[in-house]
Design a protein around this ligand. Structure first.
Ligand SMILES: Nc1ncnc2c1ncn2[C@@H]1O[C@H](COP(=O)(O)OP(=O)(O)OP(=O)(O)O)[C@@H](O)[C@H]1O
Ligand SMILES: [Mg+2]
Length: 285
């Protein structure tokens, strides 16, 4: 086994009285895709915001290339190649596709006496980045407010991959997208993997995880329920773990106990992760 690229070790985080994460550990290797799944409020976004420098953990550590590191801002995480694509894309509607991709990290050109923003190079690079991911957007000078949700997701992913990302975290990248755009986003995850980039994808669509991930990690109420290699599981098993909050492999854990009833706004909200919906992948090759 090669050493993981990034490890989260025993991460805990509370917001006032709300315990969002309890001693959560998770690792991802270069070129590996990990699906992070779980009910609403399981702690998925909080864990990834810790990994991308938005929040600092109360306890636990982040280990990169075998060395502990601490992030005090998203810029720290970006500096070591960890990028996050937020659920709402976090784009500026009035700015162009190119401006959004390079926002805060504009490419500069050295002049004789000064440095200035190299618009031509940024435009070229923006087009290349989007094409490399197999995504398509209108001309890169178009303001982001004028493009579709799928195209905005493409821009957000391109921004995350613009500067030698080693790990790209995507929070619900297919939520609110049309079927064709979902297919493209899944293919883009495959391309990142083939370039050796690690990806952690949070999704309520179990098919996203079955189609793109090597491994799935299930969270519930801030704790890891269990994990599976995708080749060794099925959608219905993952959905069961998400809803029940138990790993059926944990000896004696269930004792025949059923699914926890009515856990908040849990699975099934918006038609997501309902049992039986995710059994798309058969166990056979
Ligand atoms: N900034 C915050 N302030 C207070 N509480 C928060 C904050 N962020 C998250 N929480 C709480 O932490 C818990 C975990 O939230 P988190 O957003 O990480 O869950 P999630 O798994 O991403 O859920 P969802 O699937 O709904 O996006 C929830 O109870 C949430 O209300
Ligand atoms: Mg979330």
């Amino acid at each position: 086994m090669t050493a993981p690229l990034v490890e989260l070790r025993n991460i805990s985080k509370s917001f006032g009285a709300v315990v969002a994460l309890r001693q959560v550990s998770l690792s991802v290797g270069a070129g590996e895709v990990v699906g992070l799944v779980g009910d609403n409020a399981a702690g998925k976004s909080t864990l990834m915001k810790i990994l991308s420098g938005v929040y600092t953990p109360d306890a636990g550590e982040i280990v990169l290339d075998g060395r502990p590191c601490a992030f005090t801002s998203p810029m720290d995480a970006r500096g070591v190649g960890i990028e996050m694509v937020y659920q709402d894309f976090a784009l500026v509607p009035e700015l162009s596709v190119t401006q959004n991709i390079f926002l805060g990290r504009e490419l500069l050109q050295e002049g004789l006496r000064s440095r200035f923003v190299d618009k031509g190079r940024m435009r070229e690079r923006a087009t290349h980045l989007i094409e490399r991911l197999g995504l398509r957007v209108p001309p890169v000078d178009t303001p982001v407010r004028a493009i579709s949700g799928g195209q905005q997701q493409a821009v957000a992913i391109a921004r995350a991959t613009a500067f030698d990302a080693r790990l790209v975290i995507m929070d619900e990248p297919t939520a609110n997208l049309a079927a064709a755009a979902i297919t493209k986003v899944r293919a883009a995850i495959g391309r990142l993997k083939s370039h050796g980039v690690a990806v952690i994808v949070i999704s309520h669509r179990i098919e996203d995880v079955l189609e793109t991930a090597d491994r799935a990690v299930v969270l519930k109420h801030g704790s890891v329920v269990g994990e599976r290699r995708i080749a060794e599981t099925r959608g219905d098993e993952l959905v069961h773990m998400i809803v029940a909050g138990q790993d059926p492999r944990d000896a004696g854990a269930s004792g025949g106990g059923g699914v926890e009833a009515g856990s908040g706004s849990g699975a099934g909200a918006g038609g997501e992760a309902e049992p039986g919906a995710g059994s798309g992948r058969s166990a056979s090759p």
